[in-house]
Design a protein. Structure first.
Length: 614
């Protein structure tokens, strides 16, 4: 910039001096100077020279800090399996932008790892998957960070929010490893890592407030003027509330049908829910969250064992809201699963020596937790001297259950369909039933209401190009999203080929949605289908066996750019399917093991290999 005498208030010699000095000044010097001049103008009439210099210095620093707050960039990276971390990351990004931060928001595997050296402030939000593994969309970034190629990060400030389930052995393991590794590379923590259990909302909010307080260089965060996040805003056009995880919609059950035939040892329910008036939208691959209730019979048994008064008022949240004990245990608190943190808290309340011994023996503890609930715990250790109010305080909230949506919104406006398998088993002398699946299969009828919300899943989406071939692999209820896929493709008249691999126990009783698959095959919406029914022959046959039988064709589809989807059990089915894909690549593509693994990693990066596993 050149000052001209004709369009400025400066004399010619002043303009010349400014033109000489300004090009040599740094940005910080210019910021300080602007603060100096602003302060001089406001204090010139009342301040002496000495105070002015002191105030000018403070004004310059204040101006510089304000500019840094406006321009400082915060990078938010998330690794998400079910979509919780992705949703949290989006909300936090909005809140930071409302406070004038520049934000880079990215899925971990979409972020260029080498750019990490330029990041000033990094927020990591991640879940843990399987046996302590990172989510699929965080694997490449995780591997890079733990490799020798990872850069030194002495200039990095960071914080980690980790989501998990304390009933699992490797609780929040991925978050812990990210936190440790970033420290090893020289990073400095903005705020300590927070590990969240299934009821993650409150600790996640506290973590963000702590992070924001540090970023703002302030001990407290004034949130009163903060704008609500997008998920909490009302729809201005309809003046209706926005329904979300924190404000679920009460959806009426329209249909509740058993998909299994007579004689099956399984019960799989097809639920159709009415979403009219909710303004909820979803895409194939998304999930529906349901907030279930505990079985009232189980609640009454617990109250009886503990000799509590069901009408006693107990607090159900940090705000101190009171509800009758029986209602609170039915609708708010988890009583069907035991975790190590819960047992540790119970031990502190009761001072039971046997319970303390159990907690320190990892193998015995792991064996005890499996298949037991709160009634088992209080009976086994004689915990009848604890008040209801004390006990309630250490229980975690009932977590919502997520189910892959089995319908297309385009094909079924104002409706959402689910495929829910009933969980029933015997353990430790008692019959057990899944909380949500038991409610949906045994205690719910058409006309009943279920509190629901949409859980986005950007990691399990149809290709943007409808001409790309699609391979869908699933077993049991894992076939649900593929019903949504085909309904959607039928509606948009997609041209790409589709191939379904489906597995269950028996053809006659367990071929879920058989009539629909056959109709789509006849109409060409589904190009090919291969099924495996493991109990219909002397040797058990699974979907991976059918894949190997068609390995040449399957490899040809991969070479033509097909996208592969896997949905179902992670521990067995999904691992076996991945092993089979690697085998096919090695055999049909003449690849080494390393080349096959690299091929699959590249497919994942291109979003041609997507999994929705549990």
């Amino acid at each position: 910039m050149q000052f001209q005498v004709m369009n400025s208030p400066f004399k010619e010699e002043q303009a010349e001096l400014l033109n000489q000095v300004l090009p040599t000044m740094t940005e910080n010097q210019k910021i300080w100077l602007s603060g100096y001049l602003a302060s001089s103008q406001s204090t010139a009439s009342t301040a002496t020279a000495e105070p002015v210099v002191q105030n000018v210095s403070e004004a310059g620093v204040s101006s510089q800090n304000a500019t840094e707050n406006v321009t400082r960039e915060v990078t938010i990276l998330f690794g998400s399996h079910t979509g919780n971390c992705e949703a949290l990351a989006g909300e936090m990004s909005q809140k930071l932008e409302q406070q004038d931060y520049k934000v880079t928001l990215s899925m971990m595997d979409d972020f260029k790892p080498k750019a990490l050296k330029k990041v000033e402030d990094l927020l990591i939000l991640t879940s843990t998957h399987g046996d302590g593994d990172p989510p699929d969309n965080a694997m490449a970034f995780y591997d890079f960070l733990h490799s020798k190629r990872a850069p030194e990060l002495e200039d990095l400030r960071y914080s980690v929010l980790s989501l998990g389930d304390s009933s699992y052995e490797f609780y929040c393991q991925t978050g812990k490893e990210f936190d440790k590794r970033l420290e090893e590379l020289g990073g400095k923590r903005i705020y300590p890592r927070v590990d969240c259990d299934l009821d993650f909302e409150e600790p996640a909010e506290e973590w963000f407030e702590g992070v924001l307080a540090t970023l703002n260089n302030s001990k407290e965060v004034n949130r009163e003027g903060e704008q609500p996040s997008q998920s909490e805003r009302s729809d201005a056009s309809t003046n209706q509330p926005a329904y979300s995880r924190t404000n679920p919609f009460k959806a009426e059950i329209l249909e509740n049908l058993n998909l299994n035939g007579r004689g099956s040892n399984k019960e799989t329910r097809h639920l159709e829910l009415d979403l009219e008036g909710s303004n909820l939208e979803f895409e194939p691959g998304d999930s529906l969250g349901i907030f279930p209730e505990n079985d009232s019979v189980l609640v009454d048994q617990l109250i009886e064992v503990m000799k509590w008064n069901p009408e006693d008022q107990v607090p159900v949240n940090k705000q101190g809201e009171l509800r009758p004990l029986r209602e609170a245990l039915t609708s708010t608190f988890e009583i069907t699963a035991l975790t190590k943190p819960l047992l540790e808290k119970v031990a502190q309340l009761s001072a039971n020596e046997e319970l303390n011994k159990l907690i320190v023996d990892q193998e015995e503890l792991k064996a005890y937790l499996y298949g037991r609930d709160l009634i088992d715990l209080v009976q086994d250790f004689g915990l009848r001297d604890v008040s209801a109010e004390e006990f309630i305080k250490i229980l975690r909230k009932i977590p919502p259950r997520l189910y892959s949506i089995a319908s297309s919104l385009h094909a079924n406006p104002d409706e959402v369909h689910l495929t829910i398998g009933a969980l029933r088993y015997d353990a430790h002398g008692r019959k057990r039933t899944g909380v949500c699946s038991g409610q949906c299969t045994e205690r719910s009828q058409p006309g009943d209401l279920l509190p629901v919300f949409i859980q986005r899943n950007s990691n399990f989406k149809l290709p943007e190009n409808p001409d790309i071939p699609v391979i869908m692999i699933g077993a049991g209820t894992g076939v649900a999203p593929y019903r949504a896929f085909l309904e959607e493709r039928e509606e948009i008249e997609a041209e790409g080929d589709t191939w379904l691999f489906f597995g269950e126990q028996h053809f006659v009783t367990d071929f879920l949605y058989q009539v629909e698959w056959q109709k789509w095959l006849k109409e060409g919406v589904l190009s090919r289908a291969d099924v495996a029914f493991s109990r219909d022959s002397s040797e058990k046959v699974y979907v991976q066996h059918r894949m190997l039988e068609k390995s040449r064709d399957l490899y040809q589809w991969l070479q033509e750019g097909a996208a592969v989807y896997v949905c179902g059990d992670e521990k067995y089915m999904a691992k076996d399917v991945e092993t089979t894909l690697l085998t096919i690549l090695e055999q049909e593509g003449n690849m080494s093991q390393e080349e096959a693994e690299a091929y699959l990693v590249d497919m994942r990066k291109q979003k041609r290999y997507q999994r929705d596993v549990y």
